[in-house]
Design a protein around this ligand. Structure first.
Ligand code: HEC
Length: 95
């Protein structure tokens, strides 16, 4: 019991402290690094131009409610705050 509890607690505290890059690396990369299911690729400006011009809150909403092949909350249990951090990180990479 203790053997599994401690790594779980460490994992949870990592997620709570994670910044946008870490959140991206833990969840979003699995589709956005590779363009899975036509996900716009990380850092690929030409795939983001029509999207990145949107309001950041609108983009966060798409992730929370899901869009096309992206499941609600990106299929994760991230909070809206964490999703916003990850969206900021993705948009910043295009500048
Ligand atoms: C299961 C694969 C998958 C994962 C995981 C995923 N995405 Fe996506 N994402 C997609 C796909 C597919 C689209 C394109 C949706 C469309 O336009 O139909 C997309 C689109 C987006 C968009 C653009 C929305 C728009 O305006 O069209 C943003 C922003 C985004 N994802 C952020 C994230 C963030 C942040 C995460 C991690 C928390 C994440 N995604 C994880 C598949 C994924």
């Amino acid at each position: 019991m203790e053997k599994t509890l401690i790594p779980t607690l460490l994992l949870l505290s990592n997620i709570a402290l994670a910044d946008g890059q870490e959140i991206y690396r833990s969840v979003c990369y699995s589709c956005h690094d590779y363009g899975i299911n036509f996900a716009p690729k990380f850092g690929a400006k030409n795939q983001w131009t029509s999207r990145s011009s949107k309001d950041i809150e609108e983009l966060v909403d798409f992730v929370v409610t899901g869009k096309g092949n992206m499941p609600p909350n990106a299929g994760s249990n991230l909070t809206e705050f964490e999703i916003r951090e990850a969206v900021f990180y993705m948009i910043k990479s295009l500048k």
